[in-house]
Design a binder for this molecule. Structure first.
Ligand code: DQA
Length: 148
């Protein structure tokens, strides 16, 4: 049985590839989606990929994941550091969620050290660039007990 993952990306991540490549790398979000689709076929996970710059749309996507997806991999971008609404959405829907960042947020400005998402996430992956997405998929398989 294939598992189903929602890979949810927040504000400004649509600009990946050209956005501060020294910080976030030069891989575009479309390329990351391709990497995730390919990886999903290898590990037995169907992948739905969503990006929004709007906090409420991200809340809606988390609500809609309940009963549809087995896990959420969430790069909430700057909302990570501000959004009680996203934290509450994850807590309310109880879909296992992994927090993800391309950059190592702990090696950056102080305001990026605080995460509301981490309070309700299964775990956090950061600092591995685009590779972090496939690492998070493997971690989600482990969380779901599906990695053998
Ligand atoms: C980010 C880190 C956040 O602090 C920042 O606001 C982003 C991207 C990352 O992937 O490294 O938009 O989530």
């Amino acid at each position: 049985m294939a598992y189903s993952f929602l890979i949810l990306n927040g504000p400004n991540l649509n600009l990946l590839g050209t956005r501060q490549p020294d910080v976030y790398g030069s891989t575009t979000l479309a390329e990351i989606e391709g990497l995730c689709q390919t990886h999903g076929r290898k590990i037995g996970a169907d992948v739905a990929f969503v990006q929004s710059n709007h906090e409420g749309a991200l809340v809606d996507a988390i609500h809609a994941a309940r009963g549809v997806h087995d896990g959420i991999i969430l790069n909430a971008g700057a909302y990570t550091h501000t959004s009680i609404a996203l934290m509450d959405a994850i807590a309310s829907t109880e879909v296992p969620t992994i927090e993800l960042h391309l950059s190592n947020v702990h090696a950056r400005e102080e305001f990026r050290h605080k995460s509301y998402i981490a309070n309700v996430a299964v775990g956090v992956i950061c600092g591995f660039g685009a590779q972090g997405y496939t690492l998070a998929m493997d971690a989600m398989m482990g969380t779901l007990g599906a990695d053998g």
